[in-house]
Design a protein around this ligand. Structure first.
Ligand code: MLT
Length: 410
């Protein structure tokens, strides 16, 4: 008898975005005319073409693979030195990070889930609420939680409420936790954390021998120079944090796939007998056992993000998406809705009108405005009563979405 991993049975519904896709498909089939004017601002998927510098680097890399004298087979599992060095030089200069502390992968979604392989099952795990659902679901799959209650909250997880009152940055817990997920700029609320807030988290983590999983996938969207872009800007973070970053949203690599984790060699965890263990070699072992590296052309394309041309092209992409965020913020504000985020992040987090629930709002936007948004409750109980609009779209689509928001709620 083949036994399954029963933890999967605890997962309530499908993963949020497939669930949205399922509802949208059903709507399209039932309303073929409206389907033609549907605009998707749900999943945060980029719409603009890859930067030219990245495309050229990938073409050249494919040509190298087509020539016997430059052909490459398996690459280093942790990533090619040229990319790891470019990351350190361009993203972590002066922060004490070495190139061999960077592990290249095919995505931050995979990384934030896979990292649990090297941690025990008896950790107290804290997540923000609302939260990127991958952090929760992967812990459920790994057996790190109990069952979900009627609101979808899993026993065993410590939920840290993020509300307008705390600026969507959670208060430091009044109890001991071992692992904590923080994501800033935040998905889904678009909020950012200040230096002082991150300092408080680093102090808490060090005092409690906890580890912070810092997801900085949206770092490139920060406009305010006073905001920290990396947890490693905070003194002491090398002893208590790892950072997840991605090329998906800055370089537009959602379909190309390339990301990385930075794990300082000074980051420690504890074995069952209480002895201190470095995290870096554990992840290195895990990564090289279960992963054969991102492809050479992809890594070449990613490195081109840091070329002079690449930097300019990425800056133009970010400027375009942040211009969209501004328009969406203005349209929602003009419609009298409470608006958050969208200033240093590509997500606009909006309060639902007239006491509508998040899924009611999803249906209203789908049926009346023919716009797909993401229901806030899909990100956790504290997301109820909100919805998220993604600024990843063409300018023409965003302008049309703004018109429809005005006419639906104006
Ligand atoms: C989102 O819409 O939350 C993101 O696109 C999800 C992701 O990056 O995996």
């Amino acid at each position: 008898m083949a036994r399954i991993n029963d933890n999967f049975l605890k997962l309530k519904a499908g993963y949020l975005f497939p669930e949205i896709a399922r509802r949208v498909t059903a709507f399209n089939e039932a309303n073929p005319e409206a389907a033609k004017r549907l605009i998707r601002c749900g999943i945060g998927d980029v719409t603009e073409p890859l930067p030219e510098a990245c495309r050229k680097a990938m073409h050249d890399a494919v040509d190298e693979l087509g020539d016997a004298s430059t052909f490459k087979g398996y690459g280093p599992e942790q990533g090619y030195a040229f990319l790891r060095e470019a990351i350190v030089e361009n993203q972590y200069a002066g922060l004490g990070i070495a190139a061999d502390e960077v592990f290249i992968s095919d995505g931050s979604k995979c990384d934030t889930g896979n990292i649990l392989d090297i941690f025990g099952h008896d950790n107290v795990i804290a997540i923000t609420d609302p939260v990127y659902p991958v952090y929760v679901d992967t812990n459920v799959m790994a057996g790190n939680t109990g069952d979900a209650d009627e609101k979808g909250a899993f026993a065993g997880l410590v939920y840290l409420p993020c509300t307008p009152e705390n600026g969507f940055v959670p208060a430091i817990p009044d109890r001991k936790v071992d692992l904590v997920y923080l994501c800033y700029p935040n998905n889904p609320t678009g909020a950012t954390a200040t230096r002082a807030q991150l300092e408080a988290w680093v102090a808490y983590a060090r005092a409690n021998k906890a580890i912070i999983f810092y997801d900085a996938a949206y770092e490139a969207f920060i406009q305010d120079p006073a905001l920290p872009r990396s947890i490693f800007e905070i003194e002491g973070a090398r002893e208590c944090a790892m950072e997840f970053r991605s090329f998906s949203k800055n370089g537009g690599f959602t379909g190309v796939r390339c990301a990385y984790i930075v794990i300082p060699k000074t980051l420690k965890g504890y074995s069952a007998d209480g002895s201190e263990q470095a995290i870096h070699p554990l992840w290195s072992r895990r990564h090289s056992t279960k992963f054969n590296g991102a492809s050479y052309p992809v890594q070449k394309g990613a490195a081109a993000v840091f070329s002079e041309e690449g930097k300019k092209q990425v800056a133009a992409l970010i400027e375009g998406y942040m211009g969209n965020a501004k328009l969406l913020r203005e349209a929602c504000t003009a419609a009298g809705l409470p608006v958050f985020g969208g200033v240093n992040a590509p997500y606009v987090w909006v309060g639902c009108p007239d006491g509508l629930s998040s899924w009611d709002m999803f249906d209203k936007m789908l049926h009346e405005a023919n716009v797909v948004i993401t229901p806030g409750s899909g990100f956790g109980a504290a997301g109820e009563g909100y919805f998220r609009i993604s600024a990843f779209n063409t300018r023409a689509n965003v302008e049309e979405v703004c018109r429809r928001i005005r006419s639906t709620f104006g």
